[in-house]
Design a protein. Structure first.
Length: 296
């Protein structure tokens, strides 16, 4: 008599896997294979081109509109955009962090699993056999890597373009003073790291939705929509201190580090909130996918 599905006895599929010669779960779906597949996709190339072209568009806009200046006696980061390459890179991050950088994160994390399901190739990946947890870890790691690459690409191109257009020099602070070029470059690295951490909420939403639906557009659009809802709620001042629990409330906390004496408290709180939400969402994705029927 054969007993399956009870106690700790493996079922027929698990027993077959155990008997497979040379089978190693940790070696299935290597990261380099998944990375090569995702990098070659058209949406990855298009998104990279859009982010790389944005600094050129802004340079042309400033050339047409003239040098920005303070309005009503108030100087903002946008008003100092043409002061140096470092100022231009900081400005590009400022104008894109709230929405533009949300799109590649949602795209890379929301499309990765749902697209496989929509192509009906997910069942064949799991039949390789690739353990479900291994599948998700591989796809999540590559998706987060591409998201980080997108966030890094924009300021790197902006710094190069801005240096050519406006010269290499200190980062002029709108409130007064300046940061030496070397110090400014280090602070911009901190800003990039913080923006990536703040975008983990969008990544978590997109990845969780990607495991719940077979429609990639639904996963990506749903993550972008919920991120926008968070921004709208943060604008409702009547919520008071409840806004402190919204990731959107801290999305520009990185501006505190572009000061002669950086302030870290806002970035620490913002990073903590974002990472906490992301961990919960990633856990929900793994838990739900472990029970999902992928052959229906």
């Amino acid at each position: 008599m054969t007993v399956t599905g009870t106690g700790t006895s493996p079922g027929p599929e698990a027993a077959a896997v155990e008997r497979a010669v040379g089978y190693r779960p940790g070696r299935t779906l290597p990261l380099r294979v998944e990375l090569a597949r995702q990098v070659k996709r058209r949406r990855t190339l298009v998104m990279g081109a859009v982010l790389a072209l944005l600094p050129f568009v802004l340079v042309i806009a400033f050339a047409i509109g003239g040098d920005p200046g303070g309005r009503n006696g108030r100087v903002t980061l946008m008003d100092t955009a043409t002061a140096s390459g470092a100022n231009f890179a900081a400005t590009c991050l400022f104008v894109s962090a709230g929405f533009l950088l949300v799109i590649p994160v949602a795209l890379f994390c929301g499309d990765t699993v749902a697209s496989e399901a929509s192509w009906s190739s997910l069942r064949y990946l799991l039949a390789a056999p690739v353990p479900r947890a291994r599948l998700l870890w591989s796809k999540l790691t590559v998706a987060l890597g591409l998201s980080l690459a997108a966030i890094v690409l924009l300021p790197v191109v902006a710094l190069a373009v801005g240096t050519v257009a406006y010269g290499w020099g200190p980062l002029e602070i709108p409130t007064g003073g300046a940061l030496a070029a070397g110090t400014a470059a280090q602070r911009l690295l901190v800003v990039i790291a913080y923006i990536f951490l703040s975008q983990l909420v969008t990544a978590g939403l997109a990845f969780w939705l990607s495991t719940k639906t077979d429609n990639p557009l639904g996963a990506v659009g749903g993550a972008v929509f919920l991120t926008i809802v968070g921004n709208v709620l943060d604008a409702v001042t009547a919520l008071g201190h409840w806004r402190d629990f919204l990731p959107a409330h801290w999305q520009f906390a990185w501006a505190d580090v572009i000061q002669p004496q950086p302030e870290w408290s806002g970035m620490i709180q913002g990073a903590s909130v974002s990472v906490a939400y992301a961990v919960v969402l990633f856990a929900l994705a793994f838990r739900g996918f472990a029970r999902k029927d992928v052959v229906s």
